[in-house]
Ligand binder design. Structure first.
Ligand SMILES: Cc1cc2nc3c(=O)[nH]c(=O)nc-3n(C[C@H](O)[C@H](O)[C@H](O)COP(=O)(O)O)c2cc1C
Length: 388
């Protein structure tokens, strides 16, 4: 039984070959950003109100006219097919079962139409990477609109890939040529290896419009290496706006001035993110910049956050500082790795249950009862003036 997210992570570690576990788990360079996300969340404390009626706790939030059962969602994660065959569909179903949104990555291994069809009543958003050939992005946006995705999430923190040292050490790139160490790794994880042998190697099937899914090997390698269009700038948003009529969000915003600029460009929502510490290792934790961004946005569009959220109390901290909702990446994928759809559901359920318990302990009957006065900085994290 899983009591905490670390149990789920350990389940993933056991099931996955090392190079796959490291691909999911790792961050950029020294992994300072990866760890800073968690330690800055831990340094915040929650200040509860006492003697409040918490007989019923309402965790619902409204976003773009739709109701989420909890202020929680599954962030876009590429290459889920490497974690489990059908990984994207299993994750989408797990999110749907919890009444929370699922964001599908451009780098998914199942066609966006198939993932939409797997949970047609659920909230699903489409994440967009723009590669040098913009025609690829254009066909993805058109297909996402036709399939009924509720919002488009443009990721803006990947002009180039972060330096993921674990992946380089493990030789993880396309075309995949396993060395002796990796062959041993595969042999010692027979359940994963047999599953992959049966399903065949996962491909980036959204890059091509054709249903046989055959994007060139070169293009697929470029996506895994995150070779993006570096000429994508603020003015390019007008191009996307012409293609996409629904809500448009930017994911990867870390500055209040960029948030203000996004509003002027007509963006409908922001996701404060440092990509889970996988891109700019010197970037600040997302929780440390949240309030400044919320203030600059002044409630005109919803602000979401991700990177490092592992507990319901982490989520409540971000909600107190003004986030409309929190996305998680690795926790859902660890659950998927360890036990498929049921595992992802259990991992998401763990955070959900903790949100309810934390709200109850806070004396907050609903999310709207929370405010910045509910958060304080930990004394233990501050230098002491004198020692006794
Ligand atoms: C294995 C992995 C793959 C990811 N792939 C993408 C992606 O394709 N597109 C994207 O916008 N973000 C991607 N992300 C970043 C997540 O959307 C999210 O920002 C991050 O995982 C949040 O941090 P957390 O994992 O600590 O919850 C990926 C993250 C991981 C762990």
């Amino acid at each position: 039984m899983w009591l905490r997210m670390e149990d789920v992570r350990n389940g993933a570690r056991q099931r996955l070959p090392r190079f796959v576990f490291d691909y999911v788990d790792g961050g950029a360079e020294d992994e300072a950003c990866l760890h800073g996300n968690g330690s800055d969340l831990a340094a915040l404390r929650l200040l509860p109100n006492c003697l409040k009626d918490t007989t019923t706790i309402d965790t619902r939030v409204e976003v773009f006219g739709q109701t989420w059962s909890r202020p929680l969602g599954v962030a876009p994660v590429g290459f889920n097919g490497l974690v489990r065959p059908d990984g994207d569909v299993l994750l989408a179903r797990a999110a749907a079962s919890q009444g929370i949104p699922f964001v599908l990555s451009t780098a998914s291994n199942e066609r966006l139409e198939a993932v939409r069809a797997a949970a047609p009543d659920a909230v699903q958003w489409m994440q967009l990477y723009v590669m040098s050939d913009r025609a690829i992005a254009e066909q993805i946006v058109r297909r996402a609109a036709a399939a009924g995705y509720g919002a488009l999430v443009l990721t803006v923190d990947v002009p180039v890939s972060g330096m993921r040292e674990r992946d380089l050490r493990n030789g993880f790139k396309l075309p995949f040529r396993p060395g002796l160490r990796t062959l041993w790794d595969l042999a010692s994880h027979p359940a994963w290896s047999l599953g992959m042998a049966r399903a065949g190697s996962p491909g980036f099937v959204n890059l091509s419009e054709s249903t046989d899914g055959a994007a060139s090997a070169q293009l697929q390698a470029a996506l895994l290496a995150r070779a993006m269009d570096r000429s994508l700038v603020w003015d390019s948003l007008a191009w996307l706006r012409r293609l996409w009529a629904g809500p448009l969000l930017l994911k990867g915003v870390l500055r209040a001035d960029d948030a203000a600029r996004a509003l002027r460009a007509g963006v409908d929502g922001l996701i404060v993110s440092n990509h889970g510490g996988r891109q700019l290792d010197a970037a600040p934790s997302t929780i440390s910049v949240l309030q400044g961004i919320v203030q600059s946005v002044e409630d005109r569009v919803p602000v979401f956050i991700d990177s490092g959220f592992r507990r319901g109390s982490d989520v409540v901290k971000a909600l107190s500082l003004g986030a409309r909702g929190v996305f998680v990446g690795r926790p859902a994928v660890w659950g998927l790795a360890a036990n498929g759809e049921a595992g992802a559901r259990e991992a998401l359920g763990l955070i959900g249950t903790e949100i309810v318990r934390t709200l109850t302990l806070m004396g907050a009957a609903c999310v709207r009862d929370l405010g910045p006065d509910h958060v304080t900085r930990s004394w233990t994290s501050q230098p002491q003036a004198s020692t006794r």
